[in-house]
Design a protein around this ligand. Structure first.
Ligand code: ADP
Length: 487
């Protein structure tokens, strides 16, 4: 069979992509936007039905293009942490999906005592935060009457977006280790739901899916009378780690999208972060568990969107590159894009953005450059933590995501880090990871072959004179301190 199919169920869109297995590249994409709603300040909801119907639609488009008989299997990757609760008998969601950015459970999370926080961090690798699924599931159990009714009847299902899509597409109630590791209910050392945590959040084990390895057949879905297995599943960032061929200890990648996500392969060791990073399952194959450290910064490319939509400085994100190059430096301007708080390593949702060092000589170009530089500095902050926590010294970092198209930013990143920044030919690392996991589980390739699919498009090497970058970084760290209300 000639093709594999990736389904990438993201926050703002779902995409299906056909992967030509001989040419080892994507050849066709179908995409649909999905909506989000914000019913109260800080709340984010989605319609799980819409996610499913649009996923089925884009899958159908690709299958019609290739012919179902030519598709060996589907690799699924998805937005993480978002929670869906549904009726096992009908597959109908009982409430809107609670999005990963939703802050409705912040107060509850803030009330968790220090001793419990430490237990939770040890078991799950995660800091207690409304970002993760556990408090969102608890909220539904506490506030949605239908949840209690279904619970009494033993037909309540609660899971992340992957488990809902797999349920709808195959009838099986399963998830993979990477998605489970973002729920704050999953013990990443034993690879099982943790009874102590389940009882702490008052969540019965029976409403959660079975957890399988990322490269395993989750079930079969029927299209036009043909059965196609869903054979690989991973949360979006972990999938990108795999697609970027970060398969050895010490390999890492940064995704420059709306936010910035650094994942760093720590091999068989589950590193215990003392710096506010997250320990997570990187991926699991049949006989192997690979851990990762993760740093998520909530705002990166969104600073560029703000330049466009908020300030009207640019009409297109790509213009930032020319503007940043038009000045020799940021003219002493420092930016911290803490629009809705700071993620790793600070975890302060009360922090707000800062633009400092303005003089009468400051121009639009300086501010644009400061915004791009801030992206590189936030990555440096994470990488410094990561190297400290893991004891591993990074040799090179792989990059992807929308803003990785910016050559100025990638070169500046190499200079700030003092290591090479390696951009792949295939920017869709997330979809690629899911397809490669499916290929491994179907026996179409082994791990070494999966590793060789990624090709370098450009390597940005650090330039000689980097003292100014270091000064800029120190100024950024000072500005972060000011942005932290608590600090
Ligand atoms: P997401 O998956 O989070 O929606 P993408 O990976 O599609 O994000 O990247 C989109 C983000 O990248 C936007 O915030 C946009 O402002 C930024 N971006 C896109 N192109 C560029 C560019 N050439 N320079 C800087 N930022 C860019």
């Amino acid at each position: 069979m000639k093709y594999l199919l990736a389904l990438d169920a993201g926050t703002t869109s779902v995409r299906a992509m056909l992967f030509d297995f001989e040419r080892k590249q994507f050849v066709y994409t179908a995409q649909q936007e999905v909506g989000q709603s914000f019913p109260h300040s800080g709340w984010v909801e989605q319609d799980a039905n819409e996610i499913y119907y649009k996923s089925a639609y884009v899958l159908n488009r690709c299958i019609a293009e290739a012919g179902a008989e030519n598709i060996a299997g589907i690799g699924l990757t998805n937005q993480r942490e978002t929670v869906v609760c549904w009726d096992r008998n009908t597959g109908e969601p009982i409430a809107p999906a609670i999005g990963w950015q939703c802050r409705r459970t912040s107060e509850f999370c803030a009330s968790v005592p220090q001793a419990e926080r430490e237990i939770i961090r040890k078991k799950t690798g995660l800091p207690v935060d409304a970002y993760f699924s556990a408090s969102k599931i608890k909220w539904i159990l506490d506030h949605v009457p239908a949840a209690r009714k279904l619970l009494e009847r033993n037909t309540l299902c609660a899971g992340t977006v992957d488990s809902y899509l797999i349920f709808k597409l195959t009838g099986n109630f399963v998830t993979d280790h990477t998605n489970a590791s973002r729920t704050m209910l999953f013990n990443i050392h034993t690879l099982d739901w943790d009874d102590e945590l389940l009882s702490y959040f008052s969540i019965p084990r029976g409403i959660l899916p079975e957890v399988k390895s990322s490269a395993s057949v989750m079930g079969e879905t029927s299209f036009g009378g043909r059965k196609i297995p869903i054979a690989g599943v991973a949360g979006d960032q972990q999938s990108a780690l795999f697609g970027q061929a970060c398969l050895y200890e010490g390999d890492g990648k940064i995704t420059y999208g709306t936010g910035l996500f650094l994942l760093f392969n720590t091999g068989k060791t589950c590193a215990d972060s003392q710096s506010g990073l997250i320990s997570t399952v990187g991926y699991t194959l049949k006989d192997k568990t690979v851990y990762a450290l993760e740093g998520s910064v909530f705002h990166a490319g969104s600073g560029v969107q703000w330049l466009r939509d908020g300030l009207g400085f640019i009409s297109d994100a790509a213009e930032t590159e020319t503007l940043a190059r038009s000045v020799p430096n940021a003219g002493g301007v420092t930016f911290v894009p803490a629009f809705t708080g700071l993620g790793a390593p600070h975890w302060d949702s009360e922090a707000r953005g800062i633009l400092s060092g303005l003089t009468r000589g400051t121009t639009k170009a300086h501010i644009v450059r400061a915004v791009l530089e801030s992206i590189a500095y936030s990555a440096r902050e994470l990488i410094d933590c990561m190297q400290r926590d893991s004891g591993i010294c990074l040799r090179e970092i792989k990059c992807d995501g929308g803003a990785s198209a910016n050559d100025f930013l990638m070169q500046y990143q190499a200079n700030v880090l003092g290591i090479g920044v390696n951009r792949p030919a295939e920017r869709e690392s997330t979809a690629l990871g899911a397809v490669l996991l499916a290929a491994i589980s179907l026996g179409m390739m082994d791990e070494a072959e999966a590793r060789s699919v990624r090709k370098t498009q450009k390597l940005f090497r650090p330039e000689e004179n980097r003292a100014a970058c270091e000064e800029g970084y120190q100024a950024y760290l000072l500005a972060v301190k000011r942005a932290l209300l608590k600090g």
